[in-house]
Design a binder for this molecule. Sequence first.
Ligand SMILES: Cc1cc2nc3c(=O)[nH]c(=O)nc-3n(C[C@H](O)[C@H](O)[C@H](O)COP(=O)(O)OP(=O)(O)OC[C@H]3O[C@@H](n4cnc5c(N)ncnc54)[C@H](O)[C@@H]3O)c2cc1C
Length: 421
Amino acid sequence: MTDLTEVRAEVAAWLTQAWDPELSLAQWRARLADSGWACPTWPREWGGRGLPAAAAAVVAQEFERSGAVPAPEGVGMNLAGPTILEHGSDELKRRFLRPTVTGQISWCQLFSEPGAGSDLAGLQARAQRDGGEFIVSGQKVWNTSAHHADFGLLLARTDWDVPKHRGISYFVLPMRQAGVEVRPLRQMNGHASFNEVFLDRARIPAGNVIGDVDGGWTVALATLAHERRLAAFSRPPALRPPALRRAPPGTGRAVREAAAESERAMAPYRWYPQRAGRPDLVIERAVAAGRHADPLVRQEIVKLITLAWSARWTAQRAAAARALGRPPGPEGSVAKLASSNVARAAARVHALIAGPAGLLAGPDDPSGGTISEILLSVPAVSIAGGTDQIQRTILGERILGLPREPAADAGVPFRDVRRSG
Ligand SMILES: Cc1cc2nc3c(=O)[nH]c(=O)nc-3n(C[C@H](O)[C@H](O)[C@H](O)COP(=O)(O)OP(=O)(O)OC[C@H]3O[C@@H](n4cnc5c(N)ncnc54)[C@H](O)[C@@H]3O)c2cc1C
């Protein structure tokens, strides 16, 4: 078993010797990619260090402590990299892993369609082989980051004459081409973070299939498992005790360039902390509003904080189990459900504390609109990455062993399935 103390010492020593804030961001990321510390849990031959999941947290802490710029966040490192590692050909790994780690290329996820969200396997984007390429047409929706992505993780139907799960293929779609049109969607909280993506005879090299042609569902499940875990285990940073909060950013060229990159990339997602409900803010809000002596408010705050910390400990137990090499259990779905419950409970407590003032937005609101942004943003947590109802079905069927949900389309060729659109 890997000694995490040794890992900590090793990465700390490497950072002491290698971290140079005066490098350009590109130079630093190249050095980081060479070292394997950018993605310590990936295999050595593909740019990692072959360490267990628990080591990632230790490495991240050392990066935070030293102020060094880590690998880029987002769909690339979190979904594309792991999916290609697990199911991609060596050629795909060679082409895409390193540029993802260095931040030279960025990614989006093109799964959902207007008629295929919870029933993702009912998707209708179609891809047809044409010599050395596939030609793909259809519409995707809710695509985070699609407006600045170089490549998309795309699911499209390649066989209509088999049951729905068996005729799907998984592609790496080059986004910057004539057949791909990205249109932003404006949300009820005023931001525009997601997109519709229209595909009209877009072209994909045949070598860009991840896994087998028509075998994309298995690959999609791998991506979704990573996504669920990510959604469940990312916590609002401010839930951490103040002493553990991120060190103030340093100075130097790499730091400045990373900050500018992050500012550009994250601008549409400024509301993300609010969608988690901001349980960290309730006490200071209660004090500021003079509601902290109200027994009802106090009781609701305690219930919320208990829920938030229990969810956090569940996540930590899951991480510990993974570090011991145990197979993934129900924690992904449990923790994702818990994060929805925490967000909703926090929104309720904020509304209780703020009263009608919680409806004020922007400059009208002394809090800068944070509370109304929370109230309008938390529903996203219960939908993104699989709805609460779907998580409950997963838990019921796979963990509790309850009878499977009846499926009218089981075994029916997709062409003959009744569907809208
Ligand atoms: C913030 C956000 C970010 C997203 N980012 C992306 C992205 O980057 N890429 C991407 O491809 N997609 C993305 N999505 C889309 C997301 O995956 C879908 O919205 C989600 O899977 C739900 O699908 P739907 O919207 O079609 O709702 P539907 O599937 O139509 O569901 C509507 C309602 O019916 C319920 N329901 C549906 N089926 C069942 C059932 N069998 N049993 C019980 N209840 C059921 C649902 O729980 C829900 O309440 C994002 C969504 C959000 C909100």
